[in-house]
Design a protein around this ligand. Sequence first.
Ligand SMILES: [Mg+2]
Length: 284
Amino acid sequence: MERALDPMPRLVIFDLDGVVYRGRRPVDGAAALATSLRRSGVLLRFATNNSMATRASYVHRLSEMGIETDSDEIVTSTSATIDHLRAHLPEVRRLLAVGAQGMLDELRSAAFETTAAGDAVEADYDGGPLTASYDAVVAGLDPAFDYRRMAAASSALRAGARFIATNADLRYPTSAGFLPGAGSIIAALRAASGVEPLVIGKPEPGIFQTILERAGVEPAQALAIGDNPDADIVAAHRAGIDSILVLTGVADAGAAALLAGERRPGRVARDPVEVAALLGLTLS
Ligand SMILES: [Mg+2]
């Protein structure tokens, strides 16, 4: 058993897939760990690189697994992108969006003037420059991505729109295997436009930084719990946050023992019960 953490963090950020659930199945002990942390007065956030679903849909999904949350405690790469725009790029109002319906819904409910790339194509694209101008192109995983959406978005980027990517995961895991992830779409837009994106999602630190900024918590008072060394642990390092790698997802003990540099977590725990023990908590 590893050395316990002292003192207790003020804020704990859970990754979702591989930590709280695996696909549709809850990870044993994750709900009890969240409850126990909450009882100890620790702030909780649940952070996912997924850009496609709304925070409300995660509140519902977690509730079915015995974890009651408020939508402010859910952070998707889309909601983190919104928080980043508000905090750091307040002049950005008009967006061209390449993404799923859930991303469009979140951007619109945050009061951004949002045109879906598909609609821009209908209204404005005849193979030449767009006639409308956009402050930024926000791009995530768009299951209906096609050549014309790529052309419309890269046209906006070449005309000077900022390029904000929700996340850069090249592959998207599904129960049927891997599909292209947001990062594959970002790579296409980058190639077509010559413009480099600002990436918000893990392993970049933006998603954790927006959580800290909104909660008013210093990096030294926060802890990230994740299953993916390449994403969660690297993002924690880059944001200056301590981390626990939990072996309920993509990494096993053999892989964990070999991790070095930015991929090496602060601690390793087999499961939520061991995470609780590291935090000095006993799960009921
Ligand atoms: Mg994960």
